[in-house]
Each structure stands twice: as structure tokens, then as C-alpha cells.
Design a protein around this ligand. Structure first.
Ligand code: FMN
Length: 205
């Protein structure tokens, strides 16, 4: 495990990187480490309703950039991770039953889980919103673990999901882009971190 000092340094190292050095590519092992952090992220009911597309092709990045508010990170990063929320699978009994069955619990306990799950998702306002929340957790896992190995990132919500999904050839009934996460190395040092004071955002009761 890491000591607090190392982890604090990493908290300050991580920032929303605006300009990546287009010449620097991520080593394959580092990219895989970051994606593994996403795969191991927690998700509600353990549904893992996500998929990660890793875009490296410069032409595809260039096609995506105009529908991503023309943000330079899209084309300048080493690897562009597109986090997809799998909206269909969470409502598919075959999928979610298998996700509960893999736990190896008794039949009775498994059925109870499934019942509770069905009741829960039946009451959800928006399945898409719920799935997106899980994807953001996976995104944060990637950002945190990337920073621990000196890799920069930038969460990007500034894009047109329908257009991105069309370019990527996604079936929007099944899965949709939720967040983009360019990875790479900073071109310049970030500005000083601005945050509200600890006492203002934390209350001990
Ligand atoms: C969900 C989400 C969406 C964001 N979308 C963008 C974006 O489209 N473009 C961008 O440059 N930064 C984006 N940001 C980065 C934030 O602006 C940034 O995290 C915030 O200003 C704090 O700065 P820091 O991360 O450098 O500490 C996004 C952050 C989050 C969490």
C-alpha cells in the first residue's frame, strides 16, 4: 500500500489536462494497468454495465474532435478512452441473473437478490442516468490510478453523444457513450488547484 504522502502528491498531480504532448505515447503496460483499474471499479449490484473503447487511430480521433467541442485533448492525447454505458444489459434478465448467479450463492439468496434488483431498477427514474453514475466511478478509478503512475487525463463531458455514437457505430439501444477520457502526458504544468476549503465542504457530526 502507498503512504499518504505519495497519495497526496498524486491527488495534486492529477488535473484536467488541457494540452497533451502529441509526441508522447503511453506504454502498453501502463494503458492496460489503467484499464484494469476501470474493470475492477465498483458498480451498483456489481452490474459492470460498462465497456471501454480505446481509440488510438489518429483519423478516428480527428473525426471525433469536431463533435467534442473541438477540444484539443481528443486528437493530442495518446489514447482516448470512450466509456460506454450498457443500458440494455441492466434491464436484460439473462444478463443480470448471470451477474448474480456468478456469486455462487444459494438459489434462495440469488432469487432474493434478483427480486430486490428488479424492484430497484423498476423504480429508477432513468436507467441511463443510473448506468452513467457507474461509468463515472470507473472513470475516476482510471484517473486516480493513472495519476499514481504519472499519466495525465481529462474527463470530458463536453461532446455530442449522439454524434459520437454514430461515428463509433454504436447501437444506442444497447450502449451509449457517457464520458471520454483522454490519457497521455501534459505539455505544460497545470495552474494552481482551486478548491473550496476543507471546513466548508466537510462536516463532522
Ligand atoms: C464529469 C466531468 C466533465 C468534464 N468535462 C470537461 C470537458 O469537457 N473539458 C475539459 O477540459 N474539462 C472537463 N472537466 C474537467 C473539469 O473542468 C475539472 O475537473 C475541474 O475544473 C477541476 O479542475 P482539476 O480537475 O484540474 O483539478 C470535466 C470534469 C468532470 C468531472
Amino acid at each position: 500500500m502507498c503512504d499518504r504522502e505519495t497519495l497526496t502528491r498524486s491527488l495534486y498531480f492529477r488535473h484536467a489536462c488541457k494540452r497533451f504532448d502529441p509526441e508522447r505515447k503511453l506504454p502498453e503496460a501502463d494503458l492496460r494497468f489503467i484499464l484494469e483499474a476501470a474493470r475492477l471499479a465498483p458498480s451498483a449490484f456489481g452490474m459492470e454495465a460498462w465497456r471501454f473503447l480505446v481509440i488510438r487511430d489518429p483519423e478516428l480521433k480527428a473525426t471525433l474532435r469536431p463533435v467534442c467541442w473541438d477540444q484539443p485533448q481528443i486528437t493530442e492525447c495518446s489514447d482516448l478512452v470512450v466509456i460506454l454505458g450498457q443500458i440494455a444489459s441492466v434491464a436484460d434478465p439473462e444478463y443480470y441473473s448471470a451477474m448474480f448467479r456468478r456469486r455462487g450463492l444459494s438459489e434462495e439468496a440469488t432469487r432474493a437478490y434478483i427480486r430486490r434488483y428488479e424492484e430497484y431498477i423498476g423504480k429508477l427514474h432513468s436507467i441511463q442516468g443510473w448506468v452513467a453514475k457507474q461509468c463515472y466511478i470507473a472513470a475516476d478509478h482510471m484517473m486516480v490510478y493513472a495519476s499514481l503512475i504519472g499519466v495525465d487525463s481529462c474527463p470530458i463531458e463536453g461532446f455530442e453523444p449522439r454524434k459520437v455514437d454514430k461515428i463509433l457505430g454504436l447501437d444506442r439501444k444497447k450502449e451509449r457513450s457517457v464520458l471520454l477520457l483522454p490519457l497521455g502526458y501534459r505539455l505544460q504544468e497545470p495552474r494552481e488547484k482551486k478548491r473550496r476549503p476543507f471546513e466548508e465542504v466537510v462536516t463532522f457530526l
